[in-house]
Design a protein around this ligand. Structure first.
Ligand code: 5AD
Ligand code: SF4
Length: 443
């Protein structure tokens, strides 16, 4: 019997989605086939996230369900990939007997060999971190689509005190500019219309000769009808050179994900974030000067150890000052092995919850107000899908990453860039009338 059907579930960040495509690229080369039906799979892989405890709890829960499947089909190989594999290592195999494979983010090349070990009745473990692995020579397995991502650097050297990523993904290393540009070219030829360059900290991209601004320039020049996005930027390293490049190329999106984490300099220091609020606001101000239509999103943690009520108000304050278009907001979750883990997790759960609700409420209000101001203006939308709510509408996104609903008709197809006039808005969605299809993407 051919044991070649692989089913894979991905948890966590976009980096993991990109890694799943690399994993499928590697397995595909060895004759494995992707299946969307877990019941018929010979190999079931979970690509996991460790960034917060609730992500890990979800995965433990999922493993419980999969265990029942394995009872029915004892030959099924079950594997944990990604950050949880790296963090928990062979403990996973000791505690969860059903797990046959534990493979961290830098050992995916060995997956075929480790899967063979598992089929032969052994346990496949690969959890070494690498200083050089970038998988740049591996062609990720991508289904047809419009938006793709490319991981351009791996790992993180920042060591924010709350964050487990430097431990699960290891040191920073970058793919060569030429290999990223080649991938962008292939995607453009296949008809993709948007590429996101990914890294935990893209601004420290360096392949020895080129920095991130150089990389972005080279990618933007491949095809001016292909939108380029990037994330995540660390406020310490975001250069003016990069801002000028964004303003210069019409196909580089006017959208920067710039995590602030907290509004208090003291908390930022405890987090080892290496910038002050003054420095952060300076970047925002310069970015708005250089790229007038730029929008920002951010990440925020509430309830970091010792965060006072006053410091929490400072977080509300910076959000009100910057007026982010979007924010990912989290309660602090202690992660073993990090420096903050040694501090007492002293903010009670109910206080964390209340602080989280306060920042979410404020963010929704700000996003609503920002979107109301857009009514009556024009923008260009990449048409991506049929609207989920009605069969008379498409949904798409602006280059500032906002979802726009627009009518089906006027010869508009999925994949077109369409100029619309906005007539209605909620905090999360804009509604636009058709103006014209845009042949060459220009803002
Ligand atoms: N607890 C809560 N949020 C965290 N993040 C990272 N580590 C933790 C943690 N221990 C958040 C940060 C980061 C985002 C990806 O996840 O805000 O920017
Ligand atoms: Fe974690 Fe900080 Fe690195 Fe982001 S920059 S991955 S929060 S250590």
């Amino acid at each position: 019997m051919n044991k070649n059907k692989v089913y894979i579930e991905t948890y966590g960040c976009q980096m993991n989605l990109a890694d799943t495509e690399v994993v499928m690229g590697i397995l595909n080369n060895k004759g494995y086939e992707l299946t969307k039906e877990i019941d018929s799979a010979d190999v079931v892989l979970l690509n996991t996230c460790s960034v917060r405890d609730n992500a890990e709890q979800r995965i433990h829960g999922r493993l419980g369900n999969i265990g029942t499947l394995k009872q029915k089909n004892p030959n099924m190989v079950i594997g944990i990939l990604g950050c949880m594999a790296e963090r928990l290592r062979d403990d996973l195999i000791k505690k969860k007997k059903m797990v046959d494979l534990v493979v961290g983010p830098d050992e995916y090349r060995r997956l075929p060999e480790l899967i063979d070990t598992a089929f032969a009745g052994g346990k496949g473990i690969g959890v070494k971190l690498s200083r050089t692995e970038t998988y740049e020579d591996i062609e990720p397995y991508r289904e047809e689509g419009l938006a793709a991502w490319i991981s351009v650097m791996r790992g993180c050297d920042k060591f924010c005190t709350y964050c487990v990523v430097p431990f699960t993904r290891g040191r920073e290393r970058s793919s060569k500019l030429t290999s990223v540009v080649e991938e962008v070219r292939l995607l453009s030829e296949r008809g993709f219309r948007e590429v996101t360059l990914l890294g935990q900290n893209v601004n420290s991209y360096s392949d020895g000769e080129n920095d991130f601004a150089d990389l972005l320039t080279a990618c933007a020049e491949v095809d001016n009808n292909l939108r380029i996005r990037f994330m995540t930027s660390h406020p310490q390293d975001l250069s003016d050179k990069l801002l000028y490049i964004i303003s210069e190329y019409s196909n580089i999106c006017n959208y920067i994900h710039l995590p602030v984490q907290s509004g208090s300099d003291r908390v930022l220091k405890e987090m080892n974030r290496t910038y002050t609020i003054e420095h952060y606001l300076g970047i925002i101000e310069r970015a708005r000067k250089i790229i007038p239509s730029v929008t920002f999103s951010t990440d925020i943690i509430v309830g970091f150890p010792t965060e006072t009520e006053e410091e929490h108000k400072m977080t509300l304050d910076i959000m009100a000052k910057v007026r982010y278009d979007g924010a990912f907001m989290f309660k602090y979750s202690p992660r073993k092995g990090t420096r903050a883990f040694k501090m007492e997790d002293d903010i009670p759960e109910n206080v964390k919850s209340r602080r989280l609700t306060e920042i979410i409420d404020q963010q929704l209000k700000i996003a609503y107000e920002i979107n109301q101001e857009l009514i009556g203006t024009e923008d260009i939308v990449l048409v991506e899908n049929l609207s989920k709510k009605s069969d008379q509408f498409y949904s798409g996104r602006t280059d500032t990453n906002k979802i726009v609903i627009l009518p089906i008709g006027n010869n508009v197809k999925i994949g077109d860039f369409v100029k619309v006039k906005l007539y209605k808005a909620t905090s999360a969605t804009l509604f636009g009338d058709f103006i014209e299809i845009v042949d060459v993407y220009r803002k």
